[in-house]
Ligand binder design. Structure first.
Ligand SMILES: Nc1ncnc2c1ncn2[C@@H]1O[C@H](COP(=O)(O)OP(=O)(O)OP(=O)(O)O)[C@@H](O)[C@H]1O
Ligand SMILES: [Mg+2]
Length: 339
């Protein structure tokens, strides 16, 4: 801990004006699309059957947008993120629809699932970057941070000298509150929080257009989580990349997101600004989820969990997947699905 530089807490202190839902919508509308998912279906093809982990997803992520994805365990958050980031691996397949990536360098749009290995290598880190839950799954524990950073930087820009790449790597580490001299460390020598920060720094090494973050802070303690989030937001405000942030923690997303997607049973239940989701979430699942988490910036109120458990995707009901747990379900909800 003593090795950490102070983090700037911008979650509240530096927010001069909290945008209204209308202002957020206008800002996003003025920003070109970066990723567009149309009728996206993702299926896990397993021996037990085809698991419909993502269904009928329609979404436009804009340049510079912070999109939060919330939902209970097994709602399909990681499945969606992997499909958007082209991190999808068997047995997952895109079984319907498509995701189109619109590069910020104004080259031709490309369909994510049909990108060649070469296109993917070119775009990985430079356009589509990611931070996963476990930094150690992404960092090689026995290669010094310096080599891992300079390799990524020089692979995408061979003109950069080793010295310059190393200097940039040091600056990146400092940006996330780790002193540059720790470049000489092996990842296994760092604390969990520092590993996570190092991975965030690495994800930004090639100025990406979007960083996909799947539960990037769940493996660290609450104080560290807040520091890391502050730094992510600080960097995002400075560098302007888009973020797709996945977590089951809705109260956290309410603080950081331009828009929030609520997922249940592999489908979008609701999409809206934090204000819309918090003040006037329409779906009973959204309301249930909202009442399950303490607000970060308001007095603690009584929390109510959602009774019951998430659905078995191999045996989904015909109607709304939430209906069996829903206090407001009607006969129609049991018979018909609206989303
Ligand atoms: N490799 C796999 N093979 C078969 N089914 C899978 C596989 N990975 C995920 N699933 C199923 O797909 C559904 C969605 O899983 P996913 O991991 O996307 O959920 P999640 O919302 O990210 O959950 P969590 O909050 O626990 O990370 C779940 O029912 C899960 O069991
Ligand atoms: Mg997940």
């Amino acid at each position: 801990m003593t090795d950490l530089l102070p983090a700037t807490d911008i979650l509240h202190a530096e927010t001069p004006h909290i945008e209204t839902s209308e202002e957020i919508a206008a800002r996003l509308a003025a920003s070109p699309p970066l990723l567009v998912a149309e009728n996206l279906d993702v299926t896990y093809v397993t021996e037990a059957g085809e698991v419909p982990a993502c269904r009928n997803v329609n979404l436009t992520l804009h340049r510079g947008e912070i999109l939060g994805v919330a939902g209970e365990s097994a709602s399909g958050k990681s499945t969606l993120l992997n499909a958007l980031a082209r991190l999808q691996r068997p047995p997952a397949i895109t079984s319907g629809g498509k995701v189109t990536f619109y590069p910020t360098d104004d080259s031709d749009p490309m369909e994510i699932s049909s990108m060649s290995e070469e296109e993917l290598r070119e775009r990985r880190w430079t356009s589509l970057s990611f931070v996963m839950q476990s930094a150690m799954a992404c960092l090689n524990p026995v290669i010094r941070l310096e080599s891992q950073f300079t390799d990524v930087i020089r692979e995408h820009d061979p003109e950069v000298s080793k010295e310059d790449a190393s200097k940039k790597a040091g600056e990146l580490l400092e940006m996330v509150g780790i002193p540059a001299h720790r470049l000489k460390a092996f990842p296994f020598q760092l604390s969990g929080g520092m590993q996570q920060r190092a991975l965030i720094a690495l994800s930004l090494a090639c100025d990406p257009d979007v960083v996909f973050m799947d539960e990037p802070t769940t493996a660290v303690d609450v104080i560290m989580q807040r520091q890391i989030l502050s730094q992510i937001l600080h960097l995002q405000a400075r560098l302007g990349f888009a973020i797709v942030f996945v977590t089951h923690d809705l109260s956290l997303l309410l603080e950081i997101s331009d828009r929030i997607v609520i997922m249940y049973g592999g489908r979008f239940v609701e999409v809206g600004s934090a204000e819309q989701i918090y003040e006037s979430g329409l779906h009973p699942y959204t309301r249930g989820l909202r009442s399950s988490f303490p607000p970060l910036s308001e007095p603690v109120r009584k929390l109510h969990g959602i009774p019951g458990t998430p659905p078995d995707l191999l045996g989904l009901p015909v109607g709304c997947a939430f209906a069996p747990r829903c206090p407001r379900a009607t006969q129609l909800c049991l018979e018909e699905r609206r989303n």
